[in-house]
Design a protein around this ligand. Structure first.
Ligand code: SI3
Length: 228
């Protein structure tokens, strides 16, 4: 593995700071944090203060903000946030951007060339690459890593039609998953099934509804994608 970015965001800022310091002591390459979202930051400035405090627990490590508004409900515009972190967080290095708003994504990539933008909505990665994404972090890459690597290569080689075909296959797989009503706990089961590594169930309150009679259908669908 070339780079290990340790996620340290927790509901308690004290825990986040402890984890950040621990990550630094273990030789992590970078850290990343979501902001607590049960009790949300009361303003954009409050969010910046939170990130600054967590980053300061591991000042030598590059720091990434993890923006996932669908889950956190924290919806401040990232381009506004970046204007403020620039002066306040010297170790700030970029954003994991897990939102469908590609215009906001593009504005950030364009205005903040010094930062990395890692995209997190796997079903539309190609759109983000077109807007200048520097990488991707997502749940499906745990079992669709090869085909996604092929998508990125096709994009880099200028083979856009091939990249589109691969993205479409990934979308078809995800439509099947969403139609089944599956989400993160099921993704973890698929990861175990596909890797052969028993990763165990998700933590409560997440409960997977995958049954053993779904296994063959999932394996077949993933195998079929290898032939694209
Ligand atoms: C809301 C959500 O789960 N987003 C995922 C995506 O990888 C997502 O599962 C994928 O695009 C399918 O919708 C990631 O951005 C987040 C994620 O994998 C994580 O934090 O573990």
């Amino acid at each position: 593995m070339d780079n290990v970015i340790v996620h340290v965001g927790c509901p308690s800022i004290m825990d986040s700071k402890d984890l950040a310091a621990h990550a630094a002591s273990c030789g992590a390459d970078a850290i990343s944090a979501v902001c607590p979202s049960f009790v949300k930051p009361s303003s954009l400035d409050a969010l910046v203060l939170y990130l600054q405090e967590v980053a300061s627990a591991a000042p030598s490590l590059p720091f990434y903000y993890y923006h996932i508004p669908k889950l956190t409900g924290i919806t401040y515009q990232i381009n506004d946030l970046l204007g403020k972190v620039k002066q306040n967080i010297p170790s700030f290095r970029g954003v994991k951007f897990s939102d469908v708003n590609l215009m906001e994504f593009s504005l950030c990539v364009h205005a903040y060339k010094e930062y990395d933008f890692l995209y997190g909505v796997d079903e539309q990665l190609l759109g983000a690459l077109a807007f200048g994404a520097h990488g991707a972090v997502g749940s499906t890459y745990n079992y669709l890593g090869k085909i996604t690597g092929d998508l990125v290569k096709a994009f880099e080689d200028g083979n856009i039609q091939n990249a589109r075909n691969i993205q479409f296959c990934i979308q078809e797989f995800l439509i099947y998953v969403f139609d089944m009503g599956w989400g993160l706990p099921e993704f973890k089961d698929i990861m175990s099934l596909f890797s052969g590594i028993p990763l165990g169930p998700s933590r409560l309150p997440l409960v997977s509804s995958i049954r053993s009679d779904h296994h063959d259908a999932i394996k077949d669908r993933i195998k079929k994608m290898d032939s694209v």
